[in-house]
Design a binder for this molecule. Structure first.
Ligand code: ADP
Ligand code: MG
Length: 724
């Protein structure tokens, strides 16, 4: 298998002649079949490094794209630098030395002396100590950071990238000044930037002419270069315009493949599966709506109508209902459930936590009290006898609406005629669970609800085969939650402010700091400690309750009931109350250790107190240790709107695997960035859906390469998509 004449790990400077016996015209599939270590110059050491970088095959190698391109026209001459500015320079390494107090013989940072022909300047780098050994004299690096005066002028490097090692001379063909754009690769300590480029160059050579799986007319319509040219241009940029077009092409490529997969999935489901037709007569829905203590918001009315229209149709419903915390999604769910029952079926409502399932059970039962609808509850903690009774009710059809946790989809649960499934807080479940209902024969209508405020464009990609409804209006009279950061020194003031709420007859949540899941017991201890402190010191005269995940179901039920009834004024809780819990009289929330929570989690928690008519308050106690955690807390103080917050969150966290395959069943993005590339996504999506509308299974010869690509991208479990 291995290249016979190369010694492992060695790499020669000149190009090697192509001997991998790849056809002159190759496909990505061909390249995927060839391990990267077949390439001369890839020995065991580099092979291991490649693995860390996710490079296994030749296809991975040629598509190991630069994380960005540095435009050298923005680079400053060292002689022109001014103290206080942020600047980027390119220079040759003269020398390096460790700086800072060494710990166990290793310096926490290093300083590198740079020369660019106009002058010398040292740059200080903290962390990434392994880089120092790569910075042998004459290596070309690109540094950006602030120019500071400290024993003379220096740059405090925010980033330092090796762009070429010493063998490349500044004027040489591959030197940094060869073009104006320098690709910056994601590399690690196992490999130098130049070697990476050399190997990619070689792999591209070996690969020959790479065929394009995307239909030619799609490319033409969007003026996109073909894959072969785009790959070359991105690795070895020639000019700005072509580089931009090439990047655009690769982003389009990635999004188009995913969207075509989604379109195929959607078409397949619509073509082959029949759902029930729900033609309710309104005999349950109308009295339910009439009895609500409030009028529906415009958004609720619209979304309910969208859902009922889906249910009337013969196509199985697959709809995502998105709505910010407190927008009133439960009413939408109940309306759908009643419509299913009206047409003689059963409806299920699944919640991610027992606390939430119980709450839904209580509130739905109460709302339906006067109607001939039987509601059953199914959770994991029910006793054997109770469970048997519930299962029987579900099987016989005696229960019309079944509410529960994931216990709903466990073995042994059989419905008489399940015709609608509503999944609440869907982001808390995996995809697998979303699909299980389907395996039971008939295909029920499915509606998933989420408050995770994913910007709309993201939800298109994530749930591209679902229709999306947005409850984009809050019930009238909602006040913004006054949100404050409180450092530890002012902690008592926050509790004092909450005391005033209590004196006015309102209630409050106090959320314990987040503890790693693996330390569930710690979690309980932290919660108990905080509870003791509240009872003993902070609110000795108030009724304080405690709720955490390790309590018995019955205990949890009692605590929640007491809190709902106002018998508990302050509820100390872990994140078990994060989603869905609805006690309108609670008007304040204190979040301890706020810096440990994610932004969307904090937004959810804060959502617990935006439900009443009193101006609610949220106190974020803690001391953010990083810039990111500070920005998160600041964003929360500034914005109320979940959509806005999730954009901020994305900007802070980067997109990475945040919306990865775990949730969507789709691969992670490698080149595209959703927020940045929204326009490309929209185009790719439209093209993908049009293509699939014309050729459902992509069987035309023109589309076969595309089909193969999607199969390889999505894995074996998409076979069914393309069956005739
Ligand atoms: P979420 O979308 O977060 O699940 P809920 O369905 O729990 O929101 O509703 C939040 C609160 O708002 C509940 O107390 C509910 O009774 C109330 N609510 C829902 N719709 C309206 C409305 N149209 N007018 C007034 N209050 C409403
Ligand atoms: Mg809810």
């Amino acid at each position: 298998m291995a290249w016979p004449t190369s010694s492992p790990g060695a790499i020669s400077g000149e190009a090697t002649s192509a001997r991998l016996n790849l056809p002159e015209r190759t496909t990505l599939t061909d390249l995927r079949a060839r391990p990267a270590n077949e390439l001369p110059g890839v020995g065991p050491k580099i092979e291991a490094t490649f693995k860390d970088l996710g490079i296994v095959s030749l296809a991975d190698l040629v598509s190991h794209y630069p994380s960005r391109h540095e435009d050298l026209s923005n680079v400053k001459k060292i002689s022109d630098l001014r103290v206080g500015e942020r600047a980027t320079v390119v220079g040759r390494v003269v020398s390096t030395r460790g700086v800072g107090k060494p710990v166990r013989g290793r310096s926490p940072g290093f300083s590198v002396q740079l020369y660019d022909g106009t002058g010398y300047i040292p740059a200080t780098v903290w962390g990434r100590g392994w880089l120092q050994s790569q910075l042998v004299p004459d290596t070309w690096v690109l540094v950006s950071g602030e120019v500071q005066r400290r024993y003379g002028i220096q740059i405090s490097a925010k980033s330092l990238e090796v762009i070429e090692d010493r063998d490349a001379q500044g004027g040489g063909e591959n030197g940094p000044h060869a073009g104006r754009f320098v690709p910056v690769y994601p590399v690690n300590k196992g490999i130098q930037a130049r070697r990476m480029r050399t190997l990619i160059h070689r792999a591209l050579d070996e690969a020959g002419r790479v065929l394009d799986p995307l239909p030619a007319e799609v490319l033409a319509r969007h003026r996109l270069p073909n894959l072969h040219d785009a790959m070359h241009e991105v690795h070895f940029p020639s000019e700005r315009k072509r580089l931009k077009a090439a990047m655009r092409r690769l982003i389009f490529h990635e999004l188009f493949l995913i969207q075509t997969g989604l379109a195929a999935r959607k078409a397949r489901i619509e073509r082959t599966e029949r759902g029930g037709r729900h033609v309710g007569d309104g005999s349950l829905l109308n009295p339910y709506l009439k009895a609500l203590p409030f009028g529906l918001t415009g958004a609720q009315e619209r979304v309910i109508e969208e859902v009922l229209a889906d249910m009337r149709s013969e196509k199985p419903m697959r709809r995502l209902v998105q709505g910010d915390v407190g927008s009133g999604k439960t009413v939408v769910a109940v309306a759908a459930l009643l419509s299913a029952v009206e047409s003689g079926g059963q409806g299920a409502l699944m919640a991610p936590t027992e606390v939430l399932a119980e709450q839904h059970y209580l509130s739905v039962s109460a709302a339906l009290a006067g109607l001939p609808v039987r509601v059953a509850l199914l959770t994991g903690s029910q006793g054997a006898a109770e469970r048997r009774e519930m299962l029987e009710l579900v099987r016989s059809g005696g229960a019309h609406v079944v509410i529960g946790t994931h216990a709903l989809i466990q073995k042994g649960v059989e419905f008489r005629d399940l015709s609608l499934v509503v999944v609440d807080e869907q982001h808390r479940f995996g995809v697998g669970q979303r699909m299980v209902f389907k395996e039971k024969g008939t295909l029920p209508d499915t509606m998933v609800m989420t408050a995770t405020p994913i910007p709309r464009t993201l939800s298109l990609t994530l749930y591209g085969d679902l229709e999306v409804s947005v409850v984009d209006e809050l019930p009238p009279g909602r006040k913004p939650v006054e949100t404050r950061m409180v450092d530890l020194a002012e902690r008592e003031d926050a509790y004092e402010a909450v005391r005033r709420e209590l004196e006015d007859g309102r209630q409050a949540y106090v959320i314990c700091p987040l503890v790693e899941e693996s330390e569930a017991l710690e979690d309980v201890r932290a919660a108990e400690e905080l509870y003791d402190e509240l009872v003993g010191e902070i609110y000795p005269d108030r009724k304080v309750g405690l709720l955490h995940g390790r309590m018995k179901a019955q205990e949890k039920r009692e605590v929640m009931a007491a809190f709902r009834a106002g018998e508990i004024e302050v509820l100390v809780a872990t994140v078990v109350v994060e989603v869905g819990v609805d006690v309108p009289n609670a008007s304040a929330i204190v979040i301890e250790g706020a810096e440990r929570f994610g932004l969307s989690q904090l937004h959810q928690l804060r959502g617990r107190v935006c439900r009443g008519l009193h101006p609610p308050k949220c106190y974020l106690i803690g001391e953010p240790k990083t810039e990111d955690s500070r920005s998160r807390l600041e964003a929360l103080c500034e914005h109320q709107d979940g959509f806005k917050l999730s954009e901020v969150d994305l900007a802070i966290r980067g997109e990475g695997t945040l919306f990865g395959s775990r949730q969507s069943g789709m691969p992670d993005l490698k080149v595209a960035k959703l927020l940045r590339d929204i326009d490309i996504l929209v185009e790719a999506r439209r093209e993908a859906f049009e293509l699939v509308a014309k050729d459902l299974t992509l069987k035309s010869p023109d589309h076969r390469p595309l089909r193969r690509e999607i199969r390889e991208l999505l894995g074996a479990d998409v076979e069914w998509l393309f069956r005739e």
